[in-house]
Design a protein around this ligand. Structure first.
Ligand SMILES: Nc1nc2c(ncn2[C@@H]2O[C@H](COP(=O)(O)OP(=O)(O)O)[C@@H](O)[C@H]2O)c(=O)[nH]1
Ligand SMILES: Nc1ncnc2c1ncn2[C@@H]1O[C@H](COP(=O)(O)OP(=O)(O)O)[C@@H](O)[C@H]1O
Length: 205
C-alpha cells in the first residue's frame, strides 16, 4: 500500500512569545508523534545550549555555503544572524510518512508557504503586546539593544498573523499545547477524509 507523506507543521510567531517553551513542552510529552527539525544558525550558543540538539551552530561561511548548495528548505536573517531549516532531514522524514515540526520565525514560514503550501501553519500569539515585551525582557538572554530590536521586529511579525491557518494564544503553556495538538489531529482527519473521498470517486463508487 502507498505510504502517505507526513504532514509538515510550521509553528511561528514573534520572538519572545514562547515558541521555544511550547515546543519543548510538546516534545517532552510521551505521546508526541511528530519529529522536531533542528535548525541551523550562526547565532552564538546560549549557556546550556547543545550543538545538534538546540541548533546546529555554524559559521557565516558554512551557512552561506549551505544556502549556495540548496541545502536549506528556507532561511532568514533575524536580528543579525542566519537561521535555516535543513532540507534533507525534512524531506527524508516526510517521505518516510512521519510528521515534521518546525519552530521558525515568520519570514521563513512565508518561504515555506510558497514552496510547500500544503503545510499546516500555526501562529503563536501573545495575550498582549505588553506581555510580549515583558517575556522578552524577563527571559534575560539578550542585551538591552537586542531586546529593543526584537521588540521592533515583533510589531512587523504580528502583522503576519492573519496569513496563518490557525492562531493560538500562548496564555498558559499547557493550554497552548493542547490546542496545537488538537489542530494537528483535526488536520489529519481532514486530509484522511479528502483522500478517501477522492479515491472512492476515482473508483467510481
Ligand atoms: N526562518 C527560521 N527561523 C528560525 C529557525 N530556527 C529558529 N528560528 C527562529 O529564529 C528566531 C530567533 O531564534 P533564537 O535566537 O533561538 O531566539 P528565541 O527563539 O527568541 O529564543 C526565533 O523566532 C526562532 O523561532 C529556522 O530554521 N528558520
Ligand atoms: N505561557 C507563558 N506564560 C508566561 N511566560 C511564558 C509563557 N511561555 C513562555 N514564557 C516565557 O517567555 C519567555 C520567552 O519564551 P521563549 O520560549 O524563549 O520564546 P520564543 O522562542 O518565542 O522567542 C521565556 O522566559 C519563557 O519562560
Amino acid at each position: 500500500m502507498r505510504k502517505e507523506r507526513g504532514l509538515l507543521i510550521v509553528l511561528s510567531g514573534p520572538s519572545g512569545v514562547g515558541k521555544g517553551t511550547v515546543r519543548k513542552e510538546l516534545f517532552s510529552q510521551p505521546d508526541t508523534n511528530y519529529e522536531y527539525s533542528v535548525s541551523m544558525t550562526t547565532r552564538q550558543p546560549r549557556v546550556g545550549e547543545v550543538d545538534g540538539v538546540d541548533y546546529f551552530f555554524k559559521s557565516r561561511e558554512e551557512f552561506e555555503a549551505l544556502i549556495e548548495s540548496g541545502g536549506l528548505l528556507e532561511h532568514a536573517e533575524f536580528v543579525g544572524n542566519y537561521y535555516g531549516t535543513p532540507l534533507e532531514y525534512v524531506n527524508e522524514t516526510l517521505d518516510a510518512g512521519r510528521d515534521v515540526f518546525l519552530e521558525i520565525e515568520v519570514q521563513g514560514a512565508a518561504q515555506i508557504r510558497e514552496k510547500a503550501p500544503d503545510a499546516l501553519f500555526i501562529f503563536l500569539a501573545p495575550p498582549s503586546f505588553s506581555e510580549l515585551q515583558n517575556r522578552l525582557v524577563n527571559r534575560g538572554t539578550e542585551s538591552e539593544e537586542i531586546i529593543q530590536q526584537r521588540i521592533a521586529t515583533a510589531r512587523e511579525e504580528l502583522e503576519m498573523m492573519s496569513l496563518y491557518d490557525y492562531v493560538v494564544e500562548n496564555d498558559e503553556i499547557q493550554k497552548a499545547c493542547e490546542k496545537i495538538n488538537a489542530i494537528i489531529m483535526a488536520e489529519h482527519c481532514r486530509r484522511e477524509r479528502v483522500e478517501k473521498l477522492y479515491l472512492s470517486m476515482l473508483r467510481g463508487e
